[in-house]
Design a binder for this molecule. Structure first.
Ligand SMILES: Cc1ncc(COP(=O)(O)O)c(C=O)c1O
Length: 416
């Protein structure tokens, strides 16, 4: 018997099992909605999910490996990029690439900046990037892969990055400044105009991680929300990551990396000359990949259009209001103010980790922050009013039970 992280798992069966047995097993282990809703974030309503599934299933076996070569696939991918970049106050030559998620998009930004720096910052021998402390861990991970140092800087009292702290941290080896719009940690947008000005003055690559906000902030703005400018309207911003599989409501894995100018995109590509195979040049980091997510993204974006995204953004705001009011009405709980998403709350009477554990015990699969302890609610328009009512009822029961009983088991809050 092989073991997987201590768990006993069975070897490959000698003979296969029936389709019914497969279905039966999957039925048994599958997470149930609405309890699994937050673990499945981010989804649009049923009709959007159906459109995505239809396109995904149809192209599931097509290989995205060929997206730069086969015209039917290339044009769909380019349409996704054109639709996405149109939301970001693009320049004439702004463009982008489809990726497998925020991590790959951020990796791609870092990689392109490193290649660009070989030409534009030749004195940077041990490249580093500077970013506010709340930069997503996918940067640390990518920096590690690419042998780049990540220097993080202190935040202001509202959890946003501070341009002058970034300016003070850059040195001769700095190649890039990165900031978030918004951060996952606090849902806050860093002061991108001030930070990008620092990058521009120092001649550095500026990347904005808009993995969370990329496909919702443009619609919040159209609905009248006043957000800090964060996209290509800000001088100096050179690349932006934006996740289709978050507030684009597309099927995972789907994200985008956008370049202010096609000239910058050239630093993204890696072309390998293989003796036997010839030129090996693909759209991004992956080799073979399902084309399903690309077609599903095209289908969802085309189906929704601006009008559809605005409708879903209105629903998101309605849900945010309902959940914020519901959480704040429970003894000791306080929802944090956010610029965009996701929502987080803390408990000031019952320990937050105990509330978290009680929610887990009731079946809700939750994410959170460990420092300070907080519980994350990554809402999306696929979360119904009934589900929200059930969640709020369970949260109230959990909190009241802990407050009535004194001691309670504290959960191991986790983000991943
Ligand atoms: C701000 C931010 N950047 C990057 C990522 C990484 O995205 P992914 O999990 O799609 O790789 C996340 C994920 O939550 C995020 O919130």
């Amino acid at each position: 018997m092989a073991t997987l992280e201590g768990k006993v798992v069975k070897p490959l069966p000698k003979t296969g099992i029936s389709v019914e047995a497969i279905k039966g097993h999957l039925d048994k282990i599958e997470m149930r909605d609405p309890y699994a809703h937050f673990a499945r974030a981010f989804r649009g309503p049923k009709d959007v999910q159906e459109v995505a599934k239809l396109a995904f299933e149809r192209f599931i076996s097509d290989n995205g490996f060929f997206s730069m070569y086969l015209p039917y696939m290339q044009s769909i991918e380019q349409e996704v990029i054109a639709m996405g970049v149109s939301l970001l106050h693009p320049e004439k030559n702004s463009t982008g690439n489809f990726t497998s998620g925020g991590t790959e998009s951020n990796f791609s930004g870092l990689h392109a900046a490193k290649e660009w720096a070989k030409v534009h910052k030749p004195k940077a021998k041990k490249p580093n990037i500077v970013a506010p402390f709340t930069i997503h861990p996918s940067f640390q991970k990518s920096a590690q892969y690419l042998d780049i140092e990540l220097i993080t800087t202190d935040l202001d009292e509202n959890g946003r990055g501070v341009a002058k702290n970034i300016a003070a941290a850059i040195n001769d080896d700095t190649i890039m400044i990165a900031a978030s719009a918004p951060t996952w940690h606090f849902g806050r947008i860093d002061p991108i105009p001030e930070i990008a000005a620092v990058a521009k003055d120092a001649g550095l690559w500026m990347h904005v991680d808009a993995c969370v906000g990329g496909y919702v902030s443009p619609f919040l703005e159209k609905l009248g929300e006043k957000l800090t400018p964060w996209d290509f309207c800000v001088p100096g911003v050179m690349s932006i990551s934006a996740d289709l599989h978050k507030y684009g409501y597309c099927l995972k894995p789907a994200s985008t990396i956008y370049w202010r100018d096609a000239e910058l995109q050239k630093y993204h590509y890696v072309a390998i000359e293989d003796h036997f195979l010839g030129t090996y040049k693909l759209a991004g980091f992956s080799g073979s990949r399902s084309a399903g997510p690309i077609f599903a993204a095209w289908a969802v974006m085309s189906y929704l259009g601006e009008e559809g995204y605005l409708r879903l953004t209105r629903r998101l705001l309605e849900l945010k209001k309902k959940i914020t009011a519901g959480v704040n009405a429970i003894e000791g709980l306080r929802m944090w103010d956010v610029d965009v998403m996701p929502l987080h709350f803390q408990s000031h009477k019952a320990p937050t980790a105990a509330v978290y554990q009680c929610l887990l015990d009731k079946g809700w699969i939750m994410l959170g922050l460990v420092n300070p302890e907080a519980i994350t609610i990554p809402i999306d328009p696929g979360f119904s009013d009934e589900a929200a009512d059930l969640f709020l009822k369970d949260l109230r029961d959990a909190t009241e039970k802990i407050l009535a009983g004194g001691e309670a088991k504290k959960g191991d809050i986790r983000y991943s």
